[in-house]
Design a protein around this ligand. Sequence first.
Ligand SMILES: *Cc1c(COP(=O)(O)O)cnc(C)c1O
Length: 434
Amino acid sequence: MTESMLEKMYADMGISKEVYAYGNAVWKELEPRFREIDETAECNQLKVVHSMQECQVSEACLLGTTGYGYNDLGRETLEAVYAKIFHTEDALVRPQITCGTHALALALMSNLRPGDELLSPVGKPYDTLEEVIGIRPSTGSLAEYGVTYRQVDLLADGSFDYENIGKAIGERTRLVTIQRSKGYQTRPTFSVRQIGELIAFVKGIRPDIICMVDNCYGEFVEMTEPSDVGADMVVGSLIKNPGGGLAPIGGYIAGSRKCVENAAYRLTSPGLGREVGASLGVLKDFYQGLFLAPTVTASALKGAVFAANLYERLGYAVIPDGKESRHDIIQAVTFGSPEAVIAFCQGIQAAAPVDSHVTPEPWDMPGYDSQVIMAAGAFVSGSSIELSADAPIKPPYAVYFQGGLTWQHAKFGILKSLQSLVNKGLVGKNRLKL
Ligand SMILES: *Cc1c(COP(=O)(O)O)cnc(C)c1O
């Protein structure tokens, strides 16, 4: 297909000549970055296939169980595959873990006891965890069960405040929670290497402290995972990276035998633990999604790098910036006004394969302390490994963009977002001059 034919197809889908040309100029410079991303995907693809082969995944594993779900071969094998990929003793991978917040809450509540203290040495955790911990009073929070919480903020440059972390670790400190991804913040995301240094520091003070990493959005972005550098537990959602866009629900906890066992007894019941929990019909999608996850994550990463470079060139603050190495799939773009944030999200929505005809608006979403606008026209509702954008409607009016099951679709979505800003007069045509 010739360049002009592509241009015409984009034009038919609402992308002007100027936006198309601008996007292409940005994209042409990204080849070395994309090659690097493909190398990581290749490494992770081999890691996943190798783990599936070593665990002897068979056709029978793709079938599910019902009822109690005793002797669920597919479930048990999948958990062994996850443990191999993350190089952990064990893993819990279940459709009964309803989302990322649930997985994290489960890991915390099952491994903390009354009188224990939880420490976040990386500042405020993800919004929904505030209610899990009880930072914002909430029914059933850890605070209600007598688990206290301490937090050490990052230094102004985004690095760890080792001096105060050392002081914050006390006799009651039982678990340290480290959020890998920036989430809805404008701090940098941590690399696996940085997380390893922090864990080594904590273990150097008290080796028995459990180090948990909120791995949401980080899986398969690098060639190693936090569990390769000392994390006792890594926790995440299957409707993000490791589900590869196919998992319709679910969460995972991979970690030490004891941590995972505690989580299993809390997920189902003391005495029953991991032995129950029917997999119903989701296993084939869990396996196939995991198989696709390295390349799907790579597509999302390419989209993030493209968006960073495109909006940076237009003069907006972007985190990470266009050149930085990546440790998660999230791209933050600070627009500074609610109108621009809303226009961006509406552009992303208009690029979706599902629900492209609806217009997203800000709403009061449970678990968040301000209105949030979400653009997602996804096959799996709320899936953020699919092309999606979220923005809390509060200063600095930053949008968090992520996902894209294919790079081509991510590119289209980003061009649509820019077109939406142009159409609303928020980005003048003169700014698209090359
Ligand atoms: C998405 C996310 C969560 C919560 O996951 P949900 O599936 O939305 O409940 C927690 N932490 C981080 C860093 C996340 O990105």
